[in-house]
Ligand binder design. Structure first.
Ligand SMILES: NC(=O)c1ccc[n+]([C@@H]2O[C@H](COP(=O)([O-])OP(=O)(O)OC[C@H]3O[C@@H](n4cnc5c(N)ncnc54)[C@H](O)[C@@H]3O)[C@@H](O)[C@H]2O)c1
Ligand SMILES: [Zn+2]
Length: 347
């Protein structure tokens, strides 16, 4: 088992290894005294793993309760948050009790936000069940729901007590769900780790799954450290995301976030004026797209809805080479030129 220590407003561990779901109660009991444990998950994950987590918590002396909402990003809304909070109230969860976020990034973000505001802040633990949640959304303490005006527009920073990533669960994921996580992992490679980047070109990385996920978690931790509120270094993590969000939006969300990030990194390389071939090859090897049929104009218009825009400017993370990136703040007026380079509409 791997253990990554996260330093934030309070310190906690991310544990990565096989069998952690069945041992969840015992591991959580090491950091939280047994109490009522309110598991928030989605319907799919509840069927797959709900009972295992309930049993494990009960065996460790917790009083587990479980509540599930229909799966999918479209449920990551204020009405679902409200229903979750009302459920926490109905089971009389107190401030000294615990919320357990079980699932991918959607239950993670929603349950984390519910924990952040229930009783003005309740402790919570994260049990990520997708690769994306394991390497990205469960690390860093950002929680949120979507508003009509945009994704993740209502939220809070709230750190968990512990994160438990069961590699047996990740191993059993369908290929499409692995692919979305791989896009974020490639991103970490392009940001700062050519060895990690190279390792992801074949599924052999899965033979060292614990170490590879731990490496990704540690990279995210290091970009988040000292910048919990997302003003400086954390902006590197947006690599591929300004372009990627625009792609997702133009596709009407028929392309997934991971697919957007994959092609978004290729576009970032082109916008930066470097040879995109290494990133294209990696994306192809991971089953991610490297080209999309939208014009620079369509994409730039979509990007202007991106919440990363600050006072007429957008900060882009751009690669210099695989393993080295830089931040470039550009004005709204300059942005279309970057999209033209990114789509190859200009040299
Ligand atoms: N908080 C952050 O810092 C942060 C970072 C990145 C992404 N996110 C958020 O994460 C979300 C995306 O995460 P996601 O892709 O995990 O979405 P998700 O939670 O919707 O999971 C994707 C699908 O996989 C299913 N699923 C989950 N675990 C499974 C398993 N073990 N086996 C089979 N199916 C399973 C879910 O039911 C769902 O249908 C987005 O809402 C995004 O905004 C947050
Ligand atoms: Zn992402």
């Amino acid at each position: 088992m791997e253990r990554v220590r996260i330093t934030a407003s309070h310190d906690y561990d991310v544990l990565i290894g096989p069998g952690l779901l069945a041992r969840a109660g015992a591991e959580i009991a090491k950091v939280v005294k047994p109490c009522k444990a309110a598991i928030i998950t989605d319907d799919t994950v509840r069927i797959l793993y709900g009972e295992m987590v309930v049993d494990s918590l009960r065996a460790a002396g917790f009083e587990p309760e479980i509540w599930a909402f229909p799966h999918g990003e479209r449920q990551k809304t204020m009405p679902t948050l409200s229903a979750a909070l009302e459920w926490l109230g109905s089971i009389e969860l107190s401030r000294s009790d615990l919320v357990v976020a079980l699932g991918g990034g959607v239950p993670g973000d929603l349950a984390g936000f519910a924990a952040a505001v229930y009783n003005r802040g309740t402790r919570f633990v994260q049990i990520p069940t997708t690769l994306l949640a394991a390497v990205d959304s469960s690390v860093g303490g950002k929680t949120a729901v979507d508003l009509a005006a945009g994704k993740n527009m209502a939220g809070a920073f709230h750190q968990p007590e512990i994160v438990l990533c069961d590699t047996d669960v990740i191993r059993a994921l369908p290929a499409e769900l692995k692919r979305d996580g791989l896009a974020e992992m490639l991103k970490y490679g392009v940001l700062c780790d050519p060895e990690l980047f190279a390792a992801l070109h074949t599924s052999a990385w899965e033979n060292r799954m614990e170490q590879v996920i731990a490496r990704c978690v540690a990279i995210k931790r290091d970009y988040v450290a000292g910048d919990e509120q997302d003003n400086g270094k954390r902006q590197f993590l947006n690599l591929g995301h300004t372009f990627g969000h625009a792609v997702e939006l133009c596709s009407g969300f028929t392309l997934t976030h991971g697919q957007g990030v994959g092609v978004g990194m290729v576009m970032a390389a082109k916008a930066a004026g470097i040879d995109p071939t290494p990133i294209e090859d990696a994306c192809l090897a991971c089953g991610l797209p490297i080209r999309v049929p939208y014009s620079a104009g369509q994409l730039a218009a979509a990007a202007l809805h991106d919440k990363k825009r600050r006072g007429g400017k957008i900060t882009l993370a751009l690669p210099e080479a695989v393993g080295k990136c830089y931040l470039k703040t550009v004005s709204i007026e300059e942005l279309p030129a970057y999209f033209q380079k990114a789509t190859g509409e200009t040299a």
